[in-house]
Design a protein around this ligand. Structure first.
Ligand SMILES: Nc1ncnc2c1ncn2[C@@H]1O[C@H](COP(=O)(O)OP(=O)(O)OP(=O)(O)O)[C@@H](O)[C@H]1O
Ligand SMILES: [Mg+2]
Length: 206
């Protein structure tokens, strides 16, 4: 479904972050990407999400090169991001945040992530980190895109909440058929994924 082919990337044309990375990601699976800080995990996720073109190589989604398809179109139709910092709109309520990009029912998505109705009309700043992360996931699920990219979605959470979040992502992959790619520093959490890709310190090669 997503094919990363011989992808290299360098910032400002000099510093090589990724070198000839080859990876496949299938729909209906949760993937964990592990690796030391600075090895290029976020960079790879950004490329898969169409934030930039690789310096070399290509990324195919359902057989089509996303650069040719159009990165803007790819982002709009195909890839949803969940960042560690949530990226919620701070002056809006929970429900408004999810509604923003929703194609599916916001209420249903919020129920899926186990965020009770009593929170829906609350400003997102008045939620705990774990609750905010649930909103971010609900928003991504409601946007109904086939690719879900989560960059350290459990970074700020306690062990129990982190496990819950990973289970949610896994369910979204298994039950809704999405391709979910999660970057994490926790090898224990990564064990919950269907497949683990471990990056090397120097060149991003797995
Ligand atoms: N905009 C940028 N310009 C120049 N170099 C960058 C830029 N963004 C990241 N880098 C460098 O590229 C390398 C890979 O960064 P990246 O953010 O992909 O790492 P990461 O694996 O996600 O690390 P972490 O686990 O700390 O989040 C790092 O050495 C970083 O300093
Ligand atoms: Mg990162």
């Amino acid at each position: 479904m997503i094919e990363v082919q011989e992808v290299s990337y360098s910032y400002s044309g000099k510093y090589n972050v990724l070198e000839h990375v080859n990876l496949n990601f299938h729909k209906g699976n949760l993937y964990a990407i592990l690796g030391p800080s600075g090895c290029g995990k976020t960079t790879l996720l950004s490329l898969i999400g169409g934030l930039d073109n690789p310096s070399e190589g290509k990324i195919l989604y359902e057989g089509k090169d996303i650069s040719e398809y159009g990165l803007g179109r790819h982002r709009q139709e195909q890839a949803a991001f969940i960042f560690q910092g949530y990226n919620l709109i701070e002056y809006m309520t929970v429900k408004e945040n999810v509604e923003l990009t929703a194609k599916l029912s916001p209420e249903e998505s919020l129920s899926k992530v186990n965020l009770g109705e009593e929170f829906w009309n609350r400003n997102v700043l008045k939620l705990s980190g774990g609750q905010q992360q649930r909103v971010a996931i609900a928003r991504a699920i409601a946007s109904d895109k086939p690719i879900l990219l989560a960059d350290e979605p459990t970074g700020n959470l306690d062990e129990e909440s982190a496990k819950d979040i990973v289970e949610l992502l896994k369910r979204s992959a298994h039950e809704e058929g999405r391709c979910v790619i999660m970057v994490t520093h926790s090898s224990e959490l990564a064990e919950h994924a269907d497949e683990i890709y471990t990056f090397d310190k120097n060149d991003g090669v797995v």
